[in-house]
Design a protein. Structure first.
Length: 298
């Protein structure tokens, strides 16, 4: 029962990792861009919600009604002013551009808020520590369950959006061939800017749950980027449902690692990530040859 509890807590933790990785995976799947400012932008959203809560007494969940449009606008401007221009210089330039953007955001937040840690937990009442009791003496946090459900709903909603709406299909078509979609009346620039805005909305939601479940500081974005990157890669870069699986695998590995050793939380997660990467590196080509031999393609 103890190990079951550890795995259950790991699955719920994986919901947060899937949530923080959602925007990173979405941007890669539709624009083939790895946004290294992803974690810093999530921290920015958390600080915006903190400011609304502290200054105006706005509950963080209600504050999303203000912060999410701001994040969407920021995503639109990011695509038009930075990513679109840097993409003309090759695949490496957008990565370097977002890395520089992360440094700028981190230092601006430091100038505005100082080095002290902040949290949204004082502004969400008992939600941060309330739990539900299950048979066998197992307790699950309400916030953890809400986070997991939000991750599933968000990833499922994005998948449905991409497959069932005209805008979603335009985004998918632009991702496949941005140079040709103009022949069928699709403005690739507008579609990519819209996709970036959607990605930033998911980042804003992730920032809210980050602030409600833990503390954060201006330089916490790098750690969140690592978690998001590992979850996205474990589940398969660019796969939305794979992101959920990757987040759960990472969360379970960390939870079990923490049970085995006091310092095993991060080590176990990194070890599983590296193991999966090496397996794909060594077995990927062999798997492709086997599938090709049987006429299965990629």
């Amino acid at each position: 029962m103890i190990w079951f509890n550890q795995m259950l807590q790991g699955v719920l933790l994986g919901g947060y990792y899937a949530l923080i990785a959602c925007g990173l995976s979405f941007m890669f799947s539709v624009m083939r861009i790895i946004n290294l400012a992803h974690g810093s932008l999530a921290i920015l959203a958390a600080f915006l919600l903190f400011t609304l809560a502290k200054t105006f007494g706005i509950h963080p969940i209600l504050g999303l009604a203000i912060v999410l449009p701001v994040m969407a606008l920021l995503g639109w401007l990011l695509q038009r002013a930075v990513l679109e221009r840097s993409a003309r210089g090759g695949q490496l330039v957008p990565v370097l551009s977002t890395f520089g953007l992360a440094i700028v955001i981190d230092n601006l937040l430091f100038q505005a808020y100082g080095a002290d840690t902040r949290s949204l937990t004082p502004y969400v009442g008992s939600l941060s520590y309330d739990s539900w009791g299950l048979p066998g003496g197992i307790f699950v946090g309400k916030l953890a369950v809400i986070t997991f459900v939000t991750a599933v709903a968000l990833l499922g909603g994005l998948q449905l959006f991409l497959s069932s709406t005209r805008l979603g299909q335009a985004i998918r078509a632009t991702a496949e061939d941005p140079d040709t979609v103009g022949l069928i009346g699709i403005d690739a620039r507008t579609v990519n800017a819209t996709a970036a805005a959607i990605a930033m909305v998911t980042v804003g939601i992730a920032g809210a749950f980050l602030g409600m479940r833990a503390s954060f500081n201006p330089y916490a974005g790098g750690q969140q980027l690592i978690f998001a990157f590992e979850a996205a890669i474990i589940g398969g870069a660019g796969s939305l449902w794979g992101t959920l699986i990757g987040g759960v695998v990472l969360g379970v590995a960390q939870s079990i690692g923490a049970k085995i050793h006091s310092q095993g939380f991060l080590i176990a997660g990194h070890a599983v990530f590296l193991a999966i990467v090496f397996v794909r590196l060594f077995l990927g080509p062999q798997t492709y040859r086997i599938r090709a031999a049987f006429g299965m393609g990629k």
